[in-house]
Design a protein around this ligand. Structure first.
Ligand SMILES: [Fe+2]
Length: 165
């Protein structure tokens, strides 16, 4: 995980993107009890993202069993139309992204969503989508990495959305 010993660096060697010039760059203070040195960790996610040198390319920053937090920065247009094979939760951390959502198989338009900072969306497992971010923005992609999920959705054993109201 970013910042842990021997793992991904915290991008201190990369410049802050000009769109994120207002992001504080200080790191949290971590005080551990004796015996827990090296086992407790925290870092400034906004600083980490403000220095991302790529867009539309989620990177794993936390793992809890098969639950992955994959934040990323986005700008201009997602260069592919992404077909989901599982539910993706999106948490818009800053600015805005517009999503065009269509049926995964037919491409028939299903929704257009403007996500603003603080918005949360569950993108179903049976859609394709493409995002547009006029200004560079921060997006948290949260997904379950279980290997058997695509089969469970394809077979109908799981519904393509995470909750029924
Ligand atoms: Fe997707």
């Amino acid at each position: 995980m970013p910042g842990l010993f021997g793992d991904s660096p915290l991008r201190d060697d990369l410049p802050v993107n000009r769109a994120f010039a207002d992001i504080p760059q200080d790191e949290p203070v971590v005080e551990t009890e004796p015996g827990f040195e090296g086992k407790l960790h925290a870092f400034n996610l906004f600083k980490y993202l403000s220095r991302s040198d790529v867009t539309w390319n989620p990177s794993v920053t936390s793992v809890c069993r098969e639950s992955l937090f994959c934040p990323t920065t986005e700008e201009y247009v997602l260069p592919i139309i992404h077909g989901n094979d599982r539910v993706e939760w999106f948490v818009q951390l800053s600015d805005e992204i517009e999503w065009e959502v269509a049926d995964k198989e037919t491409g028939k338009p299903r929704a257009r969503i403007l996500m603003k900072a603080g918005d949360v969306a569950a993108m179903p497992a049976d859609i394709r989508h493409q995002g547009y971010s006029t200004k560079r923005s921060m997006l948290l992609v949260w997904e379950n990495a279980r290997l058997d999920l695509p089969k469970l959705y394809e077979s109908g054993k799981l519904k393509p959305y995470p909750v029924e109201f």
